[in-house]
Design a protein. Structure first.
Length: 379
């Protein structure tokens, strides 16, 4: 009996050991970090940026090792065809569960068919996740994906793959998750605010240029159509109505001279839609607190608050008017109107677009409260 028991125990243990025989080593698979989607000569072009996890581990352990970025490329008549053409040239199995970012070229954004193909495939394949960042670029896709991160950091920690780290410190352009892109892309009357990235030449390493990826604008899409892109200087008003804004600087100037810098936080905003003279109109309310890290003029607390209110009001209107120039509803006013006044929206909309003009924003009410930063000394 003892012999039989020993044989049974040994057999059971050997069965447990076979559980890992079919597994694959991590170095035998290609993990996609960033996916690029371009459209060239009526072909969908797919780029994948691959990550070497062993290099990251050695870097974090304090060992110096050159960081290499590998790019895979394939094209096809559709997004899925391009992916399968990529499989044909890949030396190992491609794993999609680690994708952190999707980057669309401007040419791809102009082809709504391409975006719909990407979203359709993303919805069907089990390895894809919706919590990935979405971005756009005008730079050549291969250059954007091979731009090294500064200070020998892994690309995983770059602004391309970790945009929230920069945004938390200076909230100008909010990063966008894929699930929110899908919602805004497919929902009636909504506007997609897609962050726009460029290769910035402003960084150097040992006097030599060290280009870096930076978020420099927003591309707007509405009713599954590309409207255009605006630079950071043209969309400063967006941050005051963005719910995710955490900490953002306001520069008060006079004839190009900076009088003061106020860092705004605890920003709360609301947009109230209404009808006025038979047309859609909107009342905007914004409140915030501010700290004062820099003051180079003889201004008291009340003067600074009034100047800040005036500047924020101008930024909100300037951004709105810049959007009208490219036929973009930068604040998503149409969607707000549709959710609150659906009957009126159905009567007024033209092919899913609410007619907006320079007078559509009726009132802007802004409240600024300076709470710290040498206020007592200033007074």
């Amino acid at each position: 009996m003892k012999l039989i028991r020993c044989i049974l125990v040994t057999s059971l243990l050997s069965m447990l050991l076979t559980g890992c025989w079919g597994s694959k080593e991590i170095e035998h698979m290609i993990y996609v970090n960033t996916l690029g989607v371009d459209y060239v000569d009526n072909k969908v072009v797919v780029y994948i940026q691959m990550v070497n996890f062993s290099g990251i581990a050695k870097k974090e352990a304090g060992q110096t090792q050159e960081q290499k970025t590998f790019i895979g490329k394939a094209e096809g008549d559709s997004f899925d065809t391009a992916i399968f053409n990529l499989y044909a040239t890949s030396p190992q199995r491609i794993v999609w569960s680690n994708v952190k970012t999707i980057v669309f070229s401007e040419a791809a954004l102009k082809e709504s068919r391409v975006i719909n193909q990407v979203l359709d495939v993303w919805d069907r394949y089990y390895e894809f996740r919706y919590t990935v960042w979405t971005m756009a670029t005008k730079d050549p896709m291969e250059k954007a994906l091979t731009t090294p991160s500064i200070a020998d950091l892994s690309v995983i920690y770059s602004q391309l793959n970790s945009p929230m780290r920069t945004y938390e410190q200076s909230s100008i352009i909010a990063p966008l998750y894929l699930y929110k892109f899908i919602w805004k892309w497919k929902e009636k009357a909504e506007t997609v605010q897609l962050p726009f990235i460029e290769i910035s030449p402003d960084w150097t390493s040992n006097i030599a240029p060290s280009p870096n990826i930076s978020t420099t604008g927003i591309c707007f899409l509405q009713n599954e159509q590309f409207r255009g892109c605006l630079k950071s200087s043209d969309i400063l008003g967006v941050r005051w109505l963005e719910k995710k804004t955490q900490r953002t600087p306001l520069f008060l100037k006079e004839k190009q001279t900076v009088l003061a810098v106020i860092v705004m936080n605890k920003i709360k905003s609301s947009i109230h839609p209404k009808m006025k003279d038979g047309k859609p109109a909107f009342d905007i309310k914004v409140s915030m607190q501010g700290t004062l890290p820099e003051l180079s003029a003889n201004l008291n607390k009340n003067d600074l608050e009034l100047k800040a209110i005036k500047e924020i009001n101008e930024q909100i209107m300037e951004t709105y008017l810049k959007g009208l120039e490219i036929n973009a509803d930068v604040y998503g006013l149409s969607g707000i109107f549709y959710r609150n006044l659906p009957k009126e929206w159905n009567k007024l909309n033209d092919k899913g677009v609410l007619p907006l003009d320079s007078s559509s924003i009726d009132k802007i009410d802004i409240k600024v409260n300076l709470t710290s930063g040498g206020i007592s000394k200033m007074e």
